[in-house]
Structure formats: C-alpha cells, structure tokens
Design a protein around this ligand. Structure first.
Ligand code: GLU
Length: 294
C-alpha cells in the first residue's frame, strides 16, 4: 500500500466517535482524553461524532449520557450534534445519503459483491468490532458472484442482500501508527489471513461501521484518528476502502486498552467502571483520570 502521510491541508482535526450503545467506561475516558489532549496540543479542532449507526443497539438516552459524561470529565469539542458545525450532521443516523453515495461508487467501481450467506457476524457489522467480536475471515462462498447489475441505474439501492468488499487476496495493508509503530495485516480468503472480505452494507439496509467511518472521516476532514488498539485491524480494512474511494488517509494513533483486574478488555457491560457510576459514587474527574493513567 502507499505510504501514509498527513494529507489534509488545514490544521489538526481530530474526533471523538462514541457509540450510544451503553454507558462510557474508564477505557473510553482514557482514549477520549488522549484524543482531546492531542487536539489541544496542536490547537486543533475536536469533533464529536455520535456513532448511532445501528438502529437496534443505539439509544437516545445513551447518546445524552455520553455527551454529559465527557463534559463532566472536562473534554470540550467545537463541532458535534449539540453544537453543530460546518460538516454536519454529526450523528451517523442522519448521514445515510453520504454512505449511499459511497456504496454506489464502490459498486460501480466493481469493488463489491452481493452476499447471500447468513452468518452471525452480520448482526454486528454496524458496530465497531473489538478484539473478541471481530468479523471472522469470510471463506468466500459468494466471492465469485458477478454483479451483473452494477451499472444499471435502477439497481442502486443496497437493501435486500449483504454487500461485501472484495479484498485482494494476499494484499498487505501496512501503516505506521503514531503510538504503536509499524502495523502489517494480510487480507484474503483463507483462515490464516488477518481479515477477509468485509461487510459494507447489511441486507436490512444498515451501512456497516467500516464504510460509515471512512466516509465520515473524509467528509469531516479528519487529519488524525485516535481510537483504541482493538480497532487496529479495522484500520487496515478502512485503508482499503479509502484507497478504493480515492480519499486521502488520515494519520492514526491507537491507544493501549484499559483492562480489568483479570486482564479482560473493558466493555460496556463493566457497569461498575462506567463514568456514570463512578461519578455517582463520588469520584471526581481527577480521580478517574488518575485511575486510567496510573
Ligand atoms: N464508534 C466506535 C466505538 O465506539 C469507534 C469508532 C472509531 O473510532 O473509529 O467503538
């Protein structure tokens, strides 16, 4: 792959991209704090994007809670669903038209194929995959299907079938992470590969996380993506989408994950470590930050 280099002309633009599928916990606090500090250090712009892509899992009350909890922690942003900005809307549920446009371009470009397999992982495609629930390598049953309608104007709606991005078999996606250094992932259709043909649109008409994030980061002119290390492999996938769509890649800074005392990555089910719970039990923002950076 081409070497990545900072590509956007204007100053630093970073983003916080929480999903309103549960309460934020101290793992999020760590990543978002780092993101906010990196934007401050360069006097850049910080954007808050509400990743409420999945209608089944997103809840308005979690969206309200995540904004409140981040503000309580001391993080400020200047573009977002609560304050608007030049590249809105800032909630993914309102950005369907942009995702559709990208899907159409990818389809016309021959990068996608319709997949009729029913797999458990389909349910999760609209969420960012974490270590344990990463999309398995697709064995390629539908990979050779030809998309004969790809140029027909009346077939330009994705609903009704799953759409996968066909990864070049053996393609190496490499990038230099600003925190973790050189990263290298191999794509393909055999189980030994790091990732396979991934979903970009679900048959129930929900765009996949991978597509939405790439389209939004481009539209919002993000220069640096700060997020958890559990999304490293997603970055590799996203770089393939970025190339197919002809976008410039942002820089990446993946943060180490916070683990619980048993070494398990924190998830939204760790309620006791949610910012909400800690705050209600009397913790101050300083105390929470001490906990995560100890
Ligand atoms: N919304 C994703 C999450 O909460 C993060 C996506 C990203 O940073 O690209 O896990």
């Amino acid at each position: 792959m081409n070497k990545l280099s900072p590509s956007r002309d204007a100053g630093y633009r970073g983003r916080l991209a929480p999903s309103p599928t549960g309460l934020l916990h101290i793992g999020h606090a760590r990543t978002f704090w780092v993101a906010a500090q990196r934007a401050l250090a360069t006097r850049g712009t910080l954007i808050l994007r509400n990743e409420d892509l999945d209608p089944q899992r997103s809840r308005a009350e979690f969206a309200r809670a995540m904004l409140e909890d981040l503000r309580w922690l001391g993080i400020r942003w200047s573009e977002g669903p609560d304050c608007d900005g030049p590249f809105g809307p800032y909630s993914q549920s309102e950005r369907r038209a942009s995702y559709l446009e990208a899907w159409r371009r990818l389809r016309k470009g021959g990068f996608l194929y319709p997949c009729v397999c029913t797999r458990k992982d389909l349910a999760q495609a609209a969420s960012a995959p974490n270590d344990a629930d990463d999309e398995p390598v697709y064995p390629g049953k539908c990979r050779t299907r030809t998309d004969k309608d790809k140029d027909a104007d009346d077939c330009m709606e994705p609903a009704g079938v799953n759409w996968r991005f066909r990864v070049p078999d053996g393609e190496v996606a490499e990038f230099s992470d600003l925190n973790l250094g050189r990263q290298r992932y191999v794509a393909g259709k055999d189980q030994g590969k790091d990732f396979g043909d991934f979903l970009v649109w679900r048959r129930d008409d929900v765009p996949a996380y991978q597509l939405a994030v790439v389209v939004d980061d481009e539209a919002m002119k993000i220069t640096e993506v700060v997020r958890g290390a559990d999304l490293l492999k997603s970055t590799a996938r996203q770089l393939l989408l970025i190339r197919a769509l002809g976008y410039d890649a942002p820089n990446y800074f993946h943060c180490e994950l916070v683990r619980d005392s048993a070494g398990v990555r924190l998830a939204k089910r760790h309620d006791a470590l949610s910012l909400r719970h800690l705050r209600e039990s009397g913790a101050t923002p300083e105390k929470v930050l001490q906990m995560v950076f100890q």
